[in-house]
Structures are given as C-alpha cells and as structure tokens.
Write a protein that binds this ligand. Structure first.
Ligand code: DGL
Length: 256
C-alpha cells in the first residue's frame, strides 16, 4: 500500500481524543483514521511523567505496527510529557500534538483574564509553565487542574446533576463575571462544553485546541505530500483497551 493511503493514527488516554478526531474528519473527510483509546490506564493526568511516557510509547508502537502515515497525540497530558520522545522515534512521519489553546484566548482582547482547565499533570508540566510565561505580560492566565473531570466523559455522562454539582464546586470561585475566556486544555472537556457553559454563564468565551491541531496536521500532510488522493469519504476505525467502550466512541464521534 502507498504510504499516503495509510491511516492517520490518533491516540489518547481514553475517549477524549475523539474531540480532536471529529475535527480531523471535518477538515479531511477523505482520510482514513485509526483511533486508539487507552481507557484501561486512564486517567493519565494524575500519573507520574515516566509512566505517562511509557504508556504513550507502548501504545503508539502498537499503532505503528498496524501502519500509520501520521501520528496525532490527541491528549494534552501525553503531549506535554512524551511528544519529544515520539518525535525522536518517528522521524519520517508527521507527529502532531495538542496543547492548551492559550495563545488564541490571549489574543482576543487587551489583557484578558483566562482560565485554563486541564489535568493536574498538564498544568504542572514544564511545557505548560513555558506557555504561561510567554503570555504573562499580556494576560492573567489561571491554571486549574481538574482531577476527576475526565472520568465523567469516560462514563458517558456529559450532562446532568452529578456533572453540574462537580463543575459548580470547581468553578464557583471563577463565576464572578470577570473571566474573559476559558481554555479546555484536556481533550475530554469539549464533550462537557454545554455543562461548563451552563455553570459559567454567558460571559466567557470557551475555546479548545482541536481545530488548530487538525489544521496543523493538514499543513504537515500537505508539506510532506501525504494527503490521500482518494475522493470518497474515508473510514474511522476504533480500538480501545476497554473494548466495551467502542459504542461510546461512535456516540462521541457523532455528538454535537
Ligand atoms: N485527554 C487527556 C488530555 O487531553 C487526559 C485525560 C487523562 O487521561 O487524564 O489531557
């Protein structure tokens, strides 16, 4: 098979990366995608960096064995700890990660107040600290680790009293109305966007990095002449370390 007809591999610690996958499919529907979610080891965001790196390298090696022309790390946590190791290993294909969309949030107005919701690991990582430093003179960026939040998405609970009670408790210190933007810095959180918006009220603009990641992959595939020549819609194949989650994967891919 020609390299450009191989699938784009999309990896996450669980089902959250499907928020990135759906943007990829929207932007490049002719491509084939192979999504792997490692729900059995989720959450990654409360693990040690060495363990996150090990799991990410093991799982992506498994994906490579099946064939891939590009790798999308659709997980902020895995990107912040393992992207350098992955780029060192896979030198002949595009390796695209995701990071919290702080830049577009900061650009929206003069000295905005921006809340970044992410996993505890992401907000502690040096990569994120560097990102914050880059913008410290232009915005008030507040990192908020959200242990326990991705679990709602893993359980397929995107709305309802339990989710709202959790968010109310977590977000009440930021509900005074002076927040300009909220960055969803974990790929699970876009599935909770409605519930988050309900708790925060109309004020802040809610952003995530999935569209930017999809555009970056398109740019890299084009640059390396790896876009498929196929005209018809491609296929999406899911694999999960908890096989019972496949149904949830399809539901999330189609959920608005
Ligand atoms: N979806 C992942 C992220 O973007 C992390 C969730 C987790 O495993 O803790 O950070």
């Amino acid at each position: 098979m020609e390299k450009r007809d191989l699938p784009v591999a999309v990896f996450d610690s669980g089902v959250g990366g499907i928020s990135v996958l759906r943007e990829l499919v929207r932007l490049m529907p002719q491509e084939n995608y192979y999504y792997f979610g490692d729900s059995i080891h989720a959450p990654y965001g409360t693990k040690k960096p060495e363990e996150i790196r090990r799991l990410t390298l093991e799982n992506t090696a498994h994906m490579e064995a099946k064939g891939m022309k590009a790798l999308v790390v659709a997980c902020n946590t895995a990107t912040s700890t393992a992207i350098a190791a992955l780029r060192e290993k896979y030198t002949d294909i595009p390796v695209v990660g995701i990071e919290p969309a702080v830049k577009p949030a900061v650009m929206e107005k003069e000295h905005p107040k921006v809340l970044v919701m992410a996993t505890p690991m992401t907000v502690q990582a040096a990569k994120f600290r560097n990102l914050m430093e880059r913008f410290e003179n232009r915005a008030a960026v507040i990192p908020l680790g959200c242990p326990g939040l991705m679990e709602f998405v893993e359980a397929g609970k995107l709305e309802g009293p339990e989710v709202e009670a959790y968010l109310q408790k977590l977000l009440s210190p930021y509900c005074s109305g002076d927040l300009d933007a909220v960055v969803l810095g974990c790929t699970h959180y876009p599935f909770l966007r409605r519930a988050i918006a309900k708790v925060l009220g109309d004020g802040p603009h809610i952003l995530d990095g999935s569209e930017g990641t999809a555009r970056e992959l398109k740019r890299r595939l084009t640059e390396m002449d790896l876009m498929t020549g196929r005209r018809e819609k491609g296929q999406v194949i899911f694999e999960e370390s908890i096989p019972e989650k496949i149904e949830l994967c399809h539901f999330l891919l189609n959920c608005k």
